[in-house]
Design a protein around this ligand. Structure first.
Ligand SMILES: O=C[C@H](O)[C@H](O)[C@H](O)COP(=O)(O)O
Length: 235
């Protein structure tokens, strides 16, 4: 598929999500290439007079929103949001997600958790029957990271999953990627995750794991871009 076609499969759900935004809303703004298209479109609406206030999920989204003149706030000033719109790396039929391909999973999960509703926007390539094709991002504190990674591998083995847990490096090749919170990201190439709820809990129980990219029971609606139009998934 040509990249211009892929962008259109991302843009269509981003525009469809905008229809769920009403004046006065407090919004969470996601991170990644699909969320970026939503923020661009929101910026146009704000320019035309839409009154919203937004919490970005990353420094990159904050920079984009600021440049577009979108009014920003923080969760400290606005701890309860109406709606978060964000992308995903995988979506299963129960609207469980893998997120964090861009390293923003921690802020994304905090912001989505503070929101009454979460809408996921994605092209159809993100739809899977079982989570795990995309390596699972796990944010880890720097202290003792190798030991934490070992415990992550052991937890995966307990669930019958194998596969390396690799520290994510910067694309420029000069050292490990650091998140906006100053932590490392490990990507677990586990393959299919048979019980995402239990595995998520096991990961949360490991000291040194800050957060994992399994977003379970958080999304209310997914808008999926397909060549035939935007399809809706609900739970
Ligand atoms: O950390 C990044 C986020 O979870 C993104 O929302 C996710 O990786 C999807 O990004 P994209 O829309 O670029 O595929």
């Amino acid at each position: 598929m040509r990249s211009s076609q892929t962008i259109e499969l991302k843009r269509a759900p981003a525009l469809a999500a905008l229809e769920h935004v009403t004046p006065g809303m407090r919004l969470g703004l996601g991170t990644g290439s699909t969320a970026k298209l939503f923020v661009d479109a929101l910026g146009e609406k704000v320019k035309a007079g839409l009154d919203v206030v937004c919490v970005p999920t990353s420094l990159a989204t904050e920079q984009q929103a600021r440049a577009l003149g979108i009014p920003l706030t923080t969760l400290d000033d606005t701890p309860a949001l109406d709606l978060t719109v964000d992308g995903a790396d995988e979506i299963d039929p129960a609207l469980r997600l893998v997120k964090g391909g861009g390293g923003a999973l921690l802020r994304e999960k905090i912001v989505a958790g503070a929101s009454a509703r979460m809408i996921v926007i994605a092209d159809e390539s993100k739809r899977v029957d079982v989570l795990g094709r995309f390596p699972l991002p796990i944010e880890v504190v720097r202290f003792g990271a190798a030991a934490t990674a070992l415990r992550i591998e052991r937890a995966a083995e307990h669930f019958g999953m194998e596969g390396p847990v690799r520290m994510r490096m910067r694309q420029t090749g000069d050292g490990p990627l650091l998140t906006d919170g100053g932590n490392l990201v490990y990507d677990g190439q586990f393959g299919e995750i048979p019980d995402p709820d239990a595995f998520g809990e096991a990961l949360n129980a490991i000291p040194g794991v800050v957060e994992h990219g399994l977003f379970l029971g958080m999304a209310n609606l997914a808008l999926i871009g397909t060549p035939g139009g935007v399809e809706e998934m609900t739970r």
